[in-house]
Design a protein around this ligand. Sequence first.
Ligand code: GDP
Length: 332
Amino acid sequence: MENSKRQAKPRLLLMGQRRSGKSSITSVVFHKMEPQETLFLESTTRVQKDTMNSFMDFQVWDFPGQLDYFDPTFDTTQMFSDIGALIWVVDAQDDYSDSLARLTTTIINLQNTFPHINVEVFVHKTDSLNEDYRSDIFQDIVQRVGDDLNDAGFINPNVSYHLTSIYDSSIFEALSSVIQKLIPELDVLQNLLNTLINNSGMTKAYLFDILSKIYVASDTRPVDSDIYEICANYIDLTVDFTDLYNYPRDNMKILGEQMEEVESSMTFEDGTMVYLKEMNKHLCLVTVIKNKEAKDKKGMIDYNVHIFQEALKAVFDRAWEKNQDADGGIAH
Ligand code: GDP
């Protein structure tokens, strides 16, 4: 059962040219490496399948110089069939012509056999480019890929583009938007979060994958990078603190058991409260409440979050049953 549950996770495949930044992205997002430390990383040289304690599965493939994955002898079915999104990393600081040529060939090949795969292009390492140059490069990449695909007869292919860097929150926000497209229950989760924030006077609420700090859903108010960062940092703080005291994270029971989850809140001088509660083994709710009265209303907030947690459990139970019936993955 545990095995089939793992199958139901959204699965991502990260590809791109050597030195484009794939290992760095994985290390920073999933292994808490500081961005500066990636300077000393060994470049990806083979397929890496990361099995981690996360809401999603993540595989990294190097640009296969020596390996042609559309060669008839290569088992593309095994490689792509259960993938929800293909993330193509383009190094914006380098000559990207070869990378784009390879990308369009890949998209064209995929369209025929695996049209359900979302292709997500990360225009990466944009931190050191000034704003004008950054948007010129972005437009150039969108235009070139679009033109090549149109020439090949593909109108409106399933391709999205993101500006990313490991030196700021853009990589987390891009991965959040990639993962959200793979969650069929996203609308339901957003509605639940909207109800929660409206009933509790919250400013913004995120449902985070604890390990990666990618958010699986948020309420539908506009995303504010400052609030995102407060929430993401608060997860780090809480995880470090609970790790310090050997909190038995791996043995934790899933949802519904009283007082099994970490819960924590902090109030700043101006009355703003940050509130975190673990929802299950992989996910936690983090919310910011910019209201002087938040502290006095903590009892009501606790209660509403508990109701939210129950509703979330029901949503995931239903999705799990549906997956069992369809014998498919959450990613499809
Ligand atoms: P891979 O071969 O695709 O796995 O590439 P690596 O992850 O080994 O990255 C190659 C180099 O790019 C390393 O020196 C990283 O420090 C650097 N790098 C990765 N991401 C970024 C980024 O967002 N900004 C900048 N400036 N450098 C990056």
